[in-house]
Design a protein around this ligand. Structure first.
Ligand SMILES: [Zn+2]
Length: 610
């Protein structure tokens, strides 16, 4: 009885836990006064922090990202010591002169008017609170700070190689996230960000020659103009050398901006009214920037229907001069490349508005969920905008992933983004293997269930911080299948997939038996396609016993679920079918090419001669 009671209690408490998701909230009000001669700015930041956690907080942390751009920083040392440093970083940080470095200095900080104890440790500000913030309480932090914009090394900075004056990302003291997994005061070593959901109200005083582009909606367009309004522009301070740019962004977890005197500003409007802004330099490849706008509109409209609607009124695509990086309601991208490259980076960064922007996974812990999911949707959307309709638009990702497997350089996808042994391993793992994760999920649970899973993920998790298990649970709820083995094997280990068709056998029950073998360690359900000499194709699905079911639909017309499951412990399986061996032209495992089998030659029988 006691035993039964404790089981009952466990069941109830786990239900309560799943219903008691919580997240912190923060409202930023910032006033920035920018000096474009010294490349420095002074800032006042008022932050209202609401503790919606069940815990009392006696400390908080802020990120001071600009401090990474100083000789001897963790980012510098990591770049000097990793096997394959990012060429954009290399040893450049170690050679920065004081006037080229970045910094964020805290002049004063109070909580509810009382001074707090704080200490700067590299890119993290550690703050001891004068009184703890209790569950449900809010606290107001007032900060005075000053900063110097570094020469652009990565993402943020000034005077980059495409001639953009200021790329202002990771530019303000940003409070660290405390979520249902604890504190995330992650130092800025290489990449990846995580932030607290909230509202931003930002005013930037900037020399009038500049156009500013960024997160949020410009509140005083008619005072400034610069392509933001068709209405008559009236400057309220004609004698001042600066404009006050006032932006508001609601329900986001970061704020980025860029400024340049030569930005051209175009706007396209989607069917649902969302405005897409394009900011690019007039001395760049203007033709590409003009041509890419229709592709962008079509991609957003396609994605809105398939992956959930973009919920904000504005999105800005900004030439920033260094790679591509996603921010809420905006992206900074490079554009000194081909037209195809420009479209590709715009669609990729645009899709981050879904994966990381709205479904705000912790990028440090789950980088494959933002880069991999984004890459998946990107290649799907690109297949659509270019009208290619390929059998599988994700094959490039499979190839990259197989390269890593064959090099024996895999690390599990559970690795923290900054901790991969090589930058290349990080890149291929999170972008390509992450993309393959979704392509294979489509194969495992069926196309309709997969599409519904992506939409349901958006419905359940937008404006939150989902983790890997949260996504898996959605796929399980939609498909009715157990998928913990898939997450555990494909994400948590470096096991790979290799299945083989060994040949035909006599079968007692039916006419023909096909002998199958699991060569790799990772088990997967199999689609086995049998092509008959008359051209007919029959597809047999062999589920894994640990799935507790099978996909109920498939893109194949002649589709049968084999009632017998394949327990993964059995290295071999005999598939009995009601077809005569002499009528069979070919047998193939997964002709859709979604199963990431690293050796496809043995997926076909008779083996193809080459
Ligand atoms: Zn990305």
């Amino acid at each position: 009885m006691k035993h039964l009671f404790s089981i009952l209690f466990l069941a109830i408490s786990s239900t309560l836990f799943s219903q008691s998701y919580w997240q912190q909230k923060v409202d930023y009000k910032m006033d920035i006064n920018f000096d474009d001669v010294k490349h420095q700015f002074k800032g006042k930041q008022k932050l209202v922090y609401t503790n919606d956690s069940p815990d009392e907080l006696d400390k908080v942390f802020y990120h001071l990202y600009f401090n990474a751009f100083q000789p001897g920083s963790m980012m510098d040392i990591r770049s000097l010591t990793i096997i394959d440093p990012d060429r954009r970083v290399g040893d450049r940080i170690s050679k920065l002169k004081p006037e080229e470095e970045g910094y964020q200095k805290i002049n004063s900080l109070t909580m509810n008017g009382k001074p707090v104890d704080f200490k700067v440790v590299g890119t993290i500000l550690e703050v001891k609170l004068p009184a703890s913030i209790k569950p449900g309480e809010s606290a107001t932090f007032d900060m005075d700070f000053e900063a110097q914009v570094p020469i652009q090394i990565r993402r943020s900075g000034r005077n980059n190689k495409e001639g953009i004056d200021y790329s202002m990302t990771q530019w303000y003291p940003k409070i660290s996230e405390y979520d249902y997994e604890g504190w995330h005061s992650n130092p800025y070593v290489g990449r990846e960000f995580h932030g607290v959901w909230g509202d931003f109200d930002v005013t930037i005083q900037m020399n009038k020659k500049y156009t500013i582009a960024g997160t949020g909606v410009l509140q005083n367009a008619t005072e400034i103009g610069k392509g933001y309004t068709d209405k008559v522009v009236t400057d309220p301070n004609p004698s001042s050398t600066k404009h006050n740019w006032h932006f508001v962004a609601k329900n986001v977890h970061d704020f980025a901006w860029a400024a340049d005197p030569d930005y051209k500003h175009d706007i396209k409007t989607l069917d649902n009214g969302t405005k897409i802004h394009f900011f690019y330099q007039t001395d760049t490849l203007v033709e590409n920037w003009e041509k890419c706008q229709d592709y962008t509109v079509r991609a957003f409209q396609y994605v809105n229907k398939k992956y959930g609607e973009y919920p904000y009124s504005d999105y800005s695509i900004i030439q920033g001069g260094d790679g591509g990086m996603e921010y809420p309601m905006a992206t900074l991208i490079t554009s000194h490349g081909s037209f195809g490259g420009l479209v590709s980076v715009i669609i990729h960064e645009g899709l981050h508005s879904w994966y990381q922007g709205m479904m705000a996974t912790n990028e440090s812990k789950y980088p494959w969920m933002d880069e991999g999911f984004t890459s998946y949707a990107q290649h799907d959307a690109m297949d659509f905008v270019y009208g290619k309709n390929e059998l599988n638009p994700h094959l490039g990702a499979h190839r990259n992933y197989h390269f890593l497997v064959k090099k024996n350089e895999q690390e599990p996808l559970t690795t923290h983004a900054d901790h991969y042994k090589k930058n290349r391993t990080y890149g291929i793992s999170v972008y390509s293997k992450g993309e393959v994760f979704l392509d294979q999920l489509d194969y495992i649970i069926g196309e309709k269930a997969f599409e519904k899973t992506m939409m349901e993920y958006y419905n359940q998790w937008k404006f939150k911080h989902p983790n890997a298990n949260d996504f898996k649970r959605v796929a399980e709820q939609v498909s009715g299948l157990e998928l913990d083995w898939y997450l555990e094997q494909f994400i948590g280990t470096t096991n790979f997939i290799d299945y083989s068709i060994e040949g035909f056998e006599k079968c007692e029950k039916t006419s023909t038996a096909i002998k199958l073998k699991r060569v790799g360690d990772m088990p997967m359900p199999l689609d086995v396609a049998v092509t008959l000499k008359d051209g007919t194709v029959k597809v047999y699905n062999i589920p894994l016993a640990i799935m507790r079911g099978a996909k109920t639909e498939s893109k194949y017309t002649d589709y049968t679920v084999v009632s017998e499951d394949w327990p993964w412990t059995n290295p071999e399986f005999t598939l009995c079918i009601e077809v005569k061996e002499k009528d069979i032209e070919k047998v193939e495992i997964d002709p859709s090419l979604r199963l990431s089998d690293i050796e496809r030659k043995n997926n076909v029988f008779p083996r193809e001669k080459k």
